[in-house]
Design a protein around this ligand. Sequence first.
Ligand SMILES: [Zn+2]
Length: 484
Amino acid sequence: MRRLFLFFLLLIFSGPVLAQQYDLVLQGGRVMDPETNLDAVRNVGIKGGTIAAISAQPLHGRRVIDASGLVVAPGFIDLHQHAQDLASQRLKAFDGVTSALELEIGVPDVAQFLKAKQGHSLINYGTSASQVAARSLAFGTPLPAGSILPTIGPATNDAATPEQMAAMEKRLNQQLDEGALAIGMGLGYTPGATRLEVIDLFRLAASRRVPVYTHVRSSGHLEPGSAIESVEEVIGAAAISGAPLHIVHINSTCALDALDCLSLVAGARARGLDVTTEAYPYIAGMTTINSAIFSPGWQQRLGISYHDIMIPSTGERLTKARFDELHASSKPLFVVIFGNSQEVLDKLIPNPLIMIASDGLEGHPRDAGTYSRILAEYVRAKGTVTLMDALRKMSLMPAEMLQRSTPAARRKGRVQPGADADIVVFDPKTITDRATYAHPMVPSTGVHYLIVGGTVLIDQGKMLPGVFPGHALLGPGPWSAYEH
Ligand SMILES: [Zn+2]
């Protein structure tokens, strides 16, 4: 009797599931979800851009992809991607990324950025409101089109007057109204910003219920102005204002002191502050040679010399004469800076507080290889990060960070029923980054399928032409100031 009852129960509940026709079924893959810790062979049914079912039972779909032997994971979310053109989006896709957001600094014009991307983006996109751009505008020297960083001048080096401060806040408010996800603060690029200016902009972020993403004020070991002091400054501003804080690329900002910087983040979190951070798996960083980072004293501040700076396109290492020539030029040349050690990086990456973000820029291999490199180097070769933890660092943790300002992120970074069908299907035995400093634009290999919002973008390892499934991730908008 009992068995019969169970039989009927099964018929009632499994009947509709079996009859359901999905748009797409990923069949027999190793489904891994870092939130529920599901790690099992399952079939994934996708309908209307959403994951509709995850089942051990067969599912029927208009298209069925055989995922056996492959990992089916949430598409990676890059919180820190500067290059937003199609060439870089393509590289990100082959690296398993389904959302790549410009949050460190942000674009100068949010509405223009979102309009240009709509219907033309391979993967999901979004931006912060740029403190650097708002400051340049308030000083009467708006950033030229296509640029996110100013060259050295009053807008980078002078303190703001009360009128300039008001203009900056007005601009940032407008940019948040237009859908920015956060305020992005490039403090290392605007050394003239006073401590109080920084705190006031954190207060603005708190009042708008958005986080601050920041490249902190300075790097290196020397006091005053050490990396430790800079991290302390923004943790202080977060504590004073209540705004959530994300410190970008702790590996390059804090370099050899990165583990000490991370201990400050850990301490702040232990005291209840909402502070997070990220790293990318390369020992060299990249920035423009005529930015304020290279103002006099940089050797002492950064603990590096001319030879540690390289021009990526030629591999040329700089001398004093060459540096002086390039630094004085008005052309914003990007250079690679070897400032960290493999030993520090290898201790940093496995730490549970570290999420992975690429700081992707054309000319540095991190643009193309960051995510595959974590899987190839730290999961497969060194074995210092479990596959599930790597997926957590690359999908769930960034989604949780985004949830501070966009509820839509609750449906990202997860392979669960009801989640957006942003999915990477890869071979954990072969996935490998191939980009190098000499050849930074070589795509990673090992991603067999990439699905963005239910649409297949990479199919059997090849990108489909003419498919632009990327959507915007938007902040809380104009009403955020009045929400309680
Ligand atoms: Zn930066």
